[in-house]
Each structure stands twice: as structure tokens, then as C-alpha cells.
Design a protein around this ligand. Sequence first.
Ligand SMILES: NC(=O)C1=CN([C@@H]2O[C@H](COP(=O)(O)OP(=O)(O)OC[C@H]3O[C@@H](n4cnc5c(N)ncnc54)[C@H](OP(=O)(O)O)[C@@H]3O)[C@@H](O)[C@H]2O)C=CC1
Ligand SMILES: CC(C)(CO)C(=O)C(=O)O
Length: 317
Amino acid sequence: METTLPNYRRYAIIGTGAIGGFYGARLQRAGLEVHFLLHTDYATVCQSGLVIDSIEGHFTLPQVNAYQDVHQIPPCDVVIVSLKTTQNHLLPQLLPPILQESGVVLILQNGLGMEEIVAKIVGEQRVMGGICFICSHKVGPGHICHLDYGSITMGEYLPRGITARLSQIAADFNQAGIAVQMTEDLLLARWQKLVWNIPFNGLSVVLNATTAELLNHADSRYLVKQLMDEVKVAATSCDRSIAEIFIEQMLTHTEKMKPYKPSMKLDYEAHRPLEIEAIFNQPLHLATGAGIKLPQMMMLYRQLQFLDTQNRLKPTN
Ligand SMILES: NC(=O)C1=CN([C@@H]2O[C@H](COP(=O)(O)OP(=O)(O)OC[C@H]3O[C@@H](n4cnc5c(N)ncnc54)[C@H](OP(=O)(O)O)[C@@H]3O)[C@@H](O)[C@H]2O)C=CC1
Ligand SMILES: CC(C)(CO)C(=O)C(=O)O
């Protein structure tokens, strides 16, 4: 299959929240054509556009191409999936109407297993993934607050090296001031991100703590390290090797971060469904299927399932 995109590239954002709203707005500001699918913010964004408060400079896009219905969006060359993974059951309806024949879907989500879901809908040749290193959240309708970082590691789903279309998309993000690291091994990058997400997203909910609080107490820090070690072992189920030095670097890097509530903690506080399936269940499924025992991860997974169910029964304040 042809893996070069046209010189003029049209982008769609499926899920205009912390990730989609931020990166989509940066792409539009850099001169790219971007179409945004909205949900509850549709009316506000039609009226006032997108507002981005960012450590890299605040800006407003008073006019954006906003839609409530994918059938109104023109065919796009790059369709960015930035829904929460808990909404991925919507993708069979959302993707086919907007993906150009020669286009590609770029999944900007945490976790594992999303590329397989999208491959079933659009074909495995048309799937790419990205892992975002950013601290960002939606603070109001069409209003995104970008607190820290922003780079993305991107790769093809099928192992086909650094393709022309990957370089083209990376160049568009670079034009928007976003650093992109292109990888030949997307799956390794996804497992590496899980070294962070599994301990910090999970424990921040269960222990009601920020990243700094988790690292500053000897017992919770011990749990973080144990979980990181288990993710390292779990990755071997996919023949991926994570070096010990990577784990050490992740700990020291997080120590230097401003105290932060991971996205799962923010979802929990807002009584939104938690991304347990993609961040916990998929990795557990792959590893336990290969005969690997992961007692700490399994414990955290079951605690999160319990809390998620209880939390969804409680009304939002
Ligand atoms: N936030 C962060 O800093 C980071 C997030 N990630 C990952 O990125 C992914 C996206 O997360 P994030 O951007 O934080 O999530 P958000 O909840 O901020 O954004 C998701 C968006 O999807 C929209 N949406 C929900 N249902 C629909 C629908 N039916 N049709 C159209 N749009 C819909 C929501 O709209 P509405 O609000 O109106 O319902 C929301 O704006 C997740 O996998 C997350 O783990 C990764 C790294 C960092
Ligand atoms: C690591 C971090 C904070 C940002 O990349 C994240 O993935 C999350 O909050 O879920």
C-alpha cells in the first residue's frame, strides 16, 4: 500500500478534549486544515472557538471547523483519535465516513489494544499510533489548559520502519511546534509508557495521591517501583525488553515533575469512566496469556474496577 500522503493534508480530530483540542488547535494555528468533532462543547465552540491556556503561550482560535456529526466532515488524510479509550466502541461509526481512501488513523491514547480495534475497522495498513508526553486537561467547554511537556512518540502499527507518511505527519506537528520522536517500534513505546501509567494512574486513584505524594512516601514509592518492575516483566510477553535504567530514569524524571494528578485521577474525581481496559486489562491479558504472573498489577486492576463501579453510581457535584 502507498504510504505517502498528499502534499496538502487535511486533519480530523475525533475527541476535542485535552489532547485533541490542544494538538488540533496547534496544528490549525500553524496553518493546517483541521476539522474538529465535538460532543457536549459543540455550541460553545461554534460560538467562541477554542481557547488554549498553555505554558508555551496562550492563544484563542475564534473560528474552527466544528461538527457534531461525522457525516458533515470532509474526507481527511489524517484522522486523529483522541477520545478516551472508554469511548472506542464508537469508532466503527465515527471513522469510516471521514477517512480518505489513502488516509491514515493516528491513535493518540494511552494503553494497549487500540490499534487492533482500529485495524479491524479501517484495515491494518491504515493505522498509526502516538504516545503523548503531556500534562493537559479540559477546564471548560472548548477550553484546554496545557500545564507541561507536549512531545509525542509516533509510529506505524505494522512494522514497516519510518514511512514517508510518518515523516510527513511528524513534519506537520513540528511546524506546529510539537516535538515528535518517530519510532520503528510502536509496541515498545506503548509498553514503556505503561511503565508510568500503570503505577501512577492506578495508585493516584486508589491512594488518593499526586505523583509527588506517591514518590515522597517510602511505602507508596515501593509500590510504584514494584509495579514498574512488573510492567517490565509483562512486556516480555510481547518480546519487548525494557531496560532497568529506563525505570530509574522514569522515577527520577517524575520526581522532577511538578506534583501532578494523572488523567485517571482526574477522570475519577469527575466521575467519568476510567480507562482500565486499555491501561490495565489489555496488558494483563497479554501477559497472563503468556503465563506471566503479575500479582501487584492484578490487585490494582481489581481495586480500580471496584472503585470505578462505585464511583459511577455517585452523582457528580
Ligand atoms: N490529558 C493528558 O494529559 C493525557 C492524556 N492521554 C491520553 O489521551 C487520551 C485522550 O485523553 P484526554 O484528551 O485527556 O481526554 P478528554 O476527556 O479531555 O478528551 C476526550 C474528548 O472526547 C470527547 N468525546 C466523548 N464522547 C464523544 C463522542 N461521542 N463524540 C465526540 N467526542 C466525544 C469528549 O467530549 P465531552 O467532554 O464533550 O464529552 C472530550 O472532549 C486518553 O487515552 C488519555 O489517557 C495521554 C497523555 C496525557
Ligand atoms: C504521563 C502523563 C501524565 C502525561 O504524559 C499521562 O499519561 C497521564 O496523565 O495519563
